[in-house]
Design a binder for this molecule. Sequence first.
Ligand SMILES: NC(=O)c1ccc[n+]([C@@H]2O[C@H](COP(=O)([O-])OP(=O)(O)OC[C@H]3O[C@@H](n4cnc5c(N)ncnc54)[C@H](OP(=O)(O)O)[C@@H]3O)[C@@H](O)[C@H]2O)c1
Length: 282
Amino acid sequence: MNGTTNQPTVPRTWLITGATSGIGRELTLQALENGDAVSAIARDTAPLEDLVEAHGDRLLLVRADVRDEQSVRTAVERTLTRFGRIDVVANNAGYGLFGAVEEASDAQARAVFDTNVFGVLNVLRATLPVLRSQRSGHVLQGSSVYGQSAHPGVGLLAATKYAVEGLSDALAAEVAPLGIKVTLVQPGMTATPFLSNLDVAAGLDDYDPTVREVQKGIGELPPSAFSAAARIAEGIRTAVDSPNPPLRLALGTAGATGMRTALEARIADLDGWNRVTDAVDR
Ligand SMILES: NC(=O)c1ccc[n+]([C@@H]2O[C@H](COP(=O)([O-])OP(=O)(O)OC[C@H]3O[C@@H](n4cnc5c(N)ncnc54)[C@H](OP(=O)(O)O)[C@@H]3O)[C@@H](O)[C@H]2O)c1
């Protein structure tokens, strides 16, 4: 690693949250296999210990909960002590809450924001000073097809991902002059433990024809409806390797189609109601 120049280094140093499982574990594996160094952040690092045997000092396991700002700051300090710099921050940790907007309890709604939004902010506040001082770095923000679209049952999950998208639009413009890139990672359905880690709200009968029907439909999806986490990680690495990475990276055709439909509906509202819109100016 080469200290604090503003040139991205190859091999790179990654800081990856949610590295124990699914997309985060695949990203960790592929970065290591590519010769990069990884600081793998997890609440319990035991599931990653097998990788230390294979990759030695290029893998640092750090125990931290993204909801706990101090533990994240300590994780970043340990990363710098080991590797001296951070080139890629993968803000990947997160989980889903399923249920109608009305069904989710206050505690469930706040908890999912605590990890998926305030966790992301904790990681940003701890890592951006490092990236700013380097005048380089790439922040990967864990979004989703639900960062741009939503259907019954995913209102609270989508609310967290829309929040990450909104703050990232501003963040990208704020840090671009400082040499830092931002990419929102938007996977569609991916074969990971995500569905088994879902928090599910208690049901109200009135939402059976919408929310429970969607839930049933997701439960009946064939394995072919889910992208492999390894493919998602490959897509992310392609963006990280690019000199011009996108602000938004859709990963998976079905998710991209869903987002396109949602965007077209927004354009249709803008166009269909433009007389009312413009009348306000007169
Ligand atoms: N799978 C999909 O279909 C899909 C689609 C779109 C977007 N995504 C997004 O992709 C990201 C990764 O999800 P995945 O599919 O790989 O699911 P996953 O296999 O369940 O992995 C989630 C990871 O997040 C970690 N995590 C959760 N809460 C945490 C906390 N408070 N502090 C630290 N780590 C925490 C988990 O660690 P523990 O082992 O400690 O629980 C786990 O390593 C998420 O942001 C998710 O929203 C997934």
